[in-house]
Design a protein around this ligand. Sequence first.
Ligand code: SF4
Length: 331
Amino acid sequence: MTQPILTLKDVVVEFPGLRGLKGLMAPPEQRHVQAVAGISLDVQPGETVAIVGESGSGKTTLARAINGLVPLAGGEVWFDGMPLHERPDWHAVRRRVAMMFQDPSGSLSPRKTVRDLVLEPFAIHGIKLNDPGAKAADLLATAGLGPDFLARYPHQLSGGQARRVGVARALALDPAMVLADEPTAGLDVSIQGEILNLLNRIKTQHGLTTVIITHNLNILRHVADRVAVMYLGRIVELGEVEQILSTPAHPYTRALMAANPEPDPTARHERITLKGETPALNARPSGCEFHPRCPVARPECAERAPLLGPTPGAGQVACHFPIHKDETNNA
Ligand code: SF4
């Protein structure tokens, strides 16, 4: 196996748990909550890894931590041999690690034309172009937009078109890796399909390493090679996309799969409906933190926290009683 381009080792991100006087009076362990609670993950060059989970699972915070937008409280992040946990030159790092933000319309300056927006990364990094107009048109073409969009402003773009401008901007500096936060959020299903096809084409043509943060499991089916499932800031299952889709081993993964439309009837899973809400970060349940919502929990689950270990397949799962293949399909 080649050297990973991205390595996360026990990454922890904390936020203040209680504010004001209450925070000052609280015992030290309650002053902070862990939004990311010890994530370890390797990403290979050219690989697309999807990080999935409900909102509040810590997946967006993890992406922001990788790109230095929130500080680490612990652990290490290595990108292409560089220790990003040791105060790197973020300006230089961001030339090679592009971020696609969740709300492209909100992240595009309303006063700039699409041409200026697409060329902005070059200006930020002080890169002079011989023919900026041609470069902007080229980048738009890669993202599936014609040159007639160059003179438009963000308010003249649909959600899908704004997303494509976000893709063009992300690819502008020919990055080695893209962190894409919910690339299909807020789009109609048909437009989601177009954006997924675009991401797939870019992945094939540019061999880009991509980490996609999503709660849209169609992304898994279309573009991901591997999937990490997060719950309360931890990875509870990790594996190849086919394996996770056909034989999810963690009850939480299985519930997520069952909650999403499944185009392949042979991969239908017994329906698991999740009980209740994700617990608050300052009220983590004992033992397995999923146990209050788990439909197959046993008494010992509340006492012992499961560690991420090998599944009967080739993946990893954090569960004392993982689901086996013959329990998965009920077709
Ligand atoms: Fe459910 Fe127990 Fe597995 Fe946790 S350890 S997911 S509670 S079966």
